[in-house]
Ligand binder design. Sequence first.
Ligand SMILES: NC(=O)c1ccc[n+]([C@@H]2O[C@H](COP(=O)([O-])OP(=O)(O)OC[C@H]3O[C@@H](n4cnc5c(N)ncnc54)[C@H](OP(=O)(O)O)[C@@H]3O)[C@@H](O)[C@H]2O)c1
Length: 243
Amino acid sequence: MTKQKTAVVIGVGPVAGLGGALCQRAAAENLHVIVAGRTQAKLETVVASINAAGGNASVVVTDTTSEEQVARLFTEAENIGPVDLAIYNAGNNMPGDILDMDSSYFEQAWRVGCFGGFLFAREALKKMQPRGNGTLLFTGASASLRGKDGFAAFTSAKAGLRTMAQSLAKGYGPKGIHVAQVIIDGGINGDRLRERMPERLEKAGEERFVGLEGLAELYLFLYRQPKNAWTHELDVRTHLENF
Ligand SMILES: NC(=O)c1ccc[n+]([C@@H]2O[C@H](COP(=O)([O-])OP(=O)(O)OC[C@H]3O[C@@H](n4cnc5c(N)ncnc54)[C@H](OP(=O)(O)O)[C@@H]3O)[C@@H](O)[C@H]2O)c1
């Protein structure tokens, strides 16, 4: 019997977050979703929501900055079925003035925002390359494209992730692997915003924040593209964004 193809999504938190929405959308595409992140209880809630909708998913608790854990993630995914879609969604926006910044703070932003992307991409490509097939996607932010006062750590990590993804696309596109990225230019309307900045949401209004459903559709649009018409980078914002 042919095994169901898998999607590995790392950087999953609440159901109403980008990671959660990407998992649900990939499951609706008939992929078995490997839901990966740091907090088991959140991952299990995402899996339960997928199962309730008739989809298949499993939890693999993984810190994306751990070389050993990321390798194990892909081994476990391939035991279920061939990894056809891999999404690097982890990110840790930690603003702060550089004079107040401990060196470990800067390094940690890079570890999650960039280095983890390298570990994840390497393991995904090891599995996909022999088959000459697969899609590897990265989540970017406004920080991928430009610096901003107070965001030196985060912007340097996201910009590094972006150019790494470009390099991989050039190297692995000819080998049949679609490497692409989605640059989200604006705040996301999800639990993170609701919990951390409810007043910002209240003041600006929901319309000013990028919707989860539309975002998840973009990733799946990239996944479904035929090999003779690939997009490498998409940028997305609300109609009200001043860019
Ligand atoms: N939120 C926004 O407004 C916004 C805007 C533009 C771009 N983005 C990008 O979108 C992506 C998702 O952000 P989100 O805010 O919507 O969050 P989310 O997808 O709901 O959750 C992301 C999850 O990543 C997990 N994570 C953090 N460090 C990790 C690590 N070392 N290993 C594994 N998982 C880790 C966190 O887990 P824990 O819950 O365990 O901490 C968090 O819940 C990020 O790449 C972010 O830069 C976000």
